[in-house]
Design a protein around this ligand. Structure first.
Ligand SMILES: [Fe+2]
Ligand SMILES: [Fe+2]
Length: 325
C-alpha cells in the first residue's frame, strides 16, 4: 500500500469515527466497512468500545423520511421487491438479536464485556425502530405496534429463521441453560458477531447503501443505515476481540469456529424465497466475492485459517438465499 493510500485510509477512518448522524448521510459506506478493520492489530478493550458507543450513539427519531417516501414511489416493482427482501432480513434480524443478546449477556466472561454488551443491546433495539419507521413512513405500512409491522413485512422474508438465525436462537437458548459453557459461547459468537454481523450484514449493507447512492434515492435510509453500519463496526470488533481472547486461552477452540462455520454454510442455502441482487446493481458472483472477502478479513483478524473443505463451500455460497443481519 502506498503512503498516500495509507494516509487516505487513516483520515477516512477518523472521519467515520467522529461523524455526526447528519455527516453519516454523505460518508461512503465503503469507508465505514473499512473502519471495521481499522486498528484490529490491537483489539480495542470492551470499555473503549463502550465509550465509543456513548460518543457515536444517534437519535433514530432525528431522521426525516419525507424525501425517501417520494423516491420510493419512483422505483420499479422489481427493484422495490429486491430492496424489501434485503431490508426485511434486517427488520427481523435486528429484532431477533435484540432478544438473543439477553442470554448472551449472562454468558459474558467479564463485567467489562457485560457492560459493553448492554450498549449493543440498545443499538439493536434502535435498529429495530429504524426499520419500523422505514416500513411505516416510506413503504407505507400501517399497524398499531412494532409486532404488527413485523408481521406485515414477514411476507418478504427469504430465510424464515431456519438458517443462521435459527441456529443462533438454538445456541443462545442452550447458553441460557448453561451460561458457563465456553464452547457454546464460541459457537454463538462465531454465528452472531463473525457471520451474521461481520459477513452477512456488512456485505448486504455495502450493496444496499451503494444502491441508494448510485440511484440518488432514500437519503434518510442511507443516513440511518450507514450509522447502523458504524454501530455494526463496534459489534464486530467486540466479537472478534472476544473470539481472539477465547482462542488464545485455549487453541482447541478453533475447532468450534470451524464446526460452526461448516454448519452455517450447510444451512445457508435453505430459503423460502430468493433475493435477486441484479436490480440493486450487483450480480450473484459479485456478492459471493464480497462475502468471501469479508469472511477472510475477519478470520485473519482472529488468526484462524479455514480447512479446504470449508473454504470450498464458501466459494460456492449462494447469496440469493442470504439476507440481513
Ligand atoms: Fe443491528
Ligand atoms: Fe449488530
Amino acid at each position: 500500500m502506498s503512503d498516500s493510500s495509507v494516509l487516505r485510509d487513516t483520515s477516512a477512518a477518523e472521519a467515520v469515527d467522529r461523524a455526526s448522524l447528519r455527516d453519516m448521510g454523505t460518508i461512503p459506506v465503503d469507508d465505514v466497512i473499512q473502519y471495521v478493520h481499522k486498528g484490529l492489530e490491537r483489539f480495542p478493550s470492551d470499555l473503549e468500545l463502550y465509550r465509543r458507543y456513548l460518543r457515536q450513539r444517534w437519535d433514530v427519531y432525528e431522521l426525516d423520511f419525507t424525501e425517501d417516501r417520494r423516491g420510493w414511489a419512483t422505483l420499479d416493482p422489481a427493484t422495490q421487491q429486491s430492496f424489501l427482501r434485503v431490508a426485511t432480513g434486517f427488520h427481523h434480524g435486528e429484532r431477533q438479536v435484540e432478544v438473543d443478546l439477553v442470554p448472551l449477556l449472562l454468558a459474558m466472561p467479564t463485567e467489562e464485556a457485560k457492560v459493553y454488551l448492554t450498549s449493543q443491546l440498545e443499538d439493536e433495539a434502535r435498529h429495530t425502530i429504524f426499520f419500523d419507521r422505514f416500513y411505516r413512513e416510506v413503504v407505507g405500512y400501517d399497524a398499531p405496534d412494532i409486532q404488527g409491522v413485523l408481521d406485515a413485512s414477514f411476507t418478504h422474508m427469504s430465510e424464515t429463521f431456519v438458517g443462521s438465525f435459527g441456529l443462533l436462537a438454538y445456541l443462545v437458548d442452550a447458553l441460557r441453560r448453561d451460561p458457563e459453557n465456553v464452547s457454546l459461547l464460541v459457537q454463538a459468537a462465531v454465528n452472531y458477531f463473525l457471520w451474521i454481523e461481520g459477513v452477512l450484514a456488512l456485505s448486504v449493507m455495502k450493496i444496499t447503501l451503494n444502491f441508494c447512492k448510485r440511484r440518488n434515492v432514500l437519503p434518510a435510509f442511507y443516513t440511518g443505515f450507514n450509522a447502523t453500519a458504524r454501530d455494526e463496526a463496534r459489534h464486530v470488533q467486540f466479537g472478534l476481540s472476544l473470539l481472539h481472547r477465547l482462542i488464545h486461552e485455549d487453541p482447541r477452540r478453533v475447532e468450534d469456529v470451524h464446526r460452526t462455520l461448516d454448519t452455517l454454510l450447510s444451512v445457508s442455502s435453505i430459503a423460502s424465497q430468493r433475493v435477486r441482487y441484479e436490480p440493486l446493481g450487483f450480480t450473484a458472483p459479485e456478492v459471493t466475492q464480497i462475502l468471501n472477502g469479508q469472511l477472510a478479513k475477519k478470520l485473519e483478524a482472529i488468526g484462524v485459517s479455514l480447512p479446504d473443505h470449508i473454504a470450498a463451500k464458501m466459494k460456492t455460497v449462494q447469496p440469493e438465499a442470504l439476507a440481513g443481519g
